[in-house]
Design a protein around this ligand. Sequence first.
Ligand SMILES: NC(=O)c1ccc[n+]([C@@H]2O[C@H](COP(=O)([O-])OP(=O)(O)OC[C@H]3O[C@@H](n4cnc5c(N)ncnc54)[C@H](O)[C@@H]3O)[C@@H](O)[C@H]2O)c1
Length: 271
Amino acid sequence: MRPSYNSRAVVTGAGSGIGRAFALELARRGGEVICADISLSRAQETAALIGTDAHAVVCDVARREQVEDLALFAELTFGGPPTLVINNAGVGIGGKPVGNIGFDDWNWALGINLWGVVHGCETFAPAMKAAGEGGFINVASAAGFGAAPLMAPYNVGKAGVISLSETMAAEGVRVTVLCPTFVKTNVAVDGRITASATTIADTLMRITGFTPERVAADTLNKYDRGRLYVVPQIDAKVIWRLKRIAPALYTRTLGLLGRLAPQETHELTGV
Ligand SMILES: NC(=O)c1ccc[n+]([C@@H]2O[C@H](COP(=O)([O-])OP(=O)(O)OC[C@H]3O[C@@H](n4cnc5c(N)ncnc54)[C@H](O)[C@@H]3O)[C@@H](O)[C@H]2O)c1
């Protein structure tokens, strides 16, 4: 059984990057896909790339009532609950140490990156459980266990997504949590990331980043095999193992490397 084939799927943040790649790959696998995004025009672009088996809707995942509306729309469109929900929508934030971040940025980042996934899981789970089928792919990041300096809101949100996914798996839900390092998307330019952190992220993304298409296909294949964790890149796998073997040494070394990085001026780029 390969549940990513012929699915009735909902993908959040489907208007760009990894979300768009998930939507296109699901359609290639015979699925009908609801492409949800905070930007309707981006969602429509993805749906247009797919054709008749796609639906574009606007949904800000940070807003619980909009996720509840998304679940109603899915129920009506599919004639039942989805068989796959991909909680993918997320934003980049980085470049400031704790104490200089400000609660506005904390709220913004956690509202989307953590609460967005909580909204998706809590809202869709009951009908899927009642139907006796279906599962989730939650998009976290290697940042969720890597804990790199100057990225606290991002790290905390993604750690929460990993923990939520692990808990759901322990409760018997089919769930896969995706934890990549860099993927070639708009996440750095669209986020609240300081200028020097954007330069670092852009460079690493260009040199080490996988394509979103590769990450999406690999994740769906692993979801089909029932894998909880997808850690696609070699650098993410190294971080994953080091953190488990020698957590204190890992954190000290990372802190040292962080202090060698160029110091920040704290002005924002992007949104
Ligand atoms: N690109 C990377 O290097 C990388 C690495 C690890 C994890 N991720 C995660 O992958 C996921 C997808 O990001 P991406 O890299 O494809 O970025 P992206 O910026 O290319 O795409 C993100 C999409 O989410 C949408 N979005 C933003 N806020 C939203 C909201 N409140 N509600 C609904 N949609 C919203 C945007 O409009 C955009 O279409 C995110 O959760 C991100 O944190 C990305």
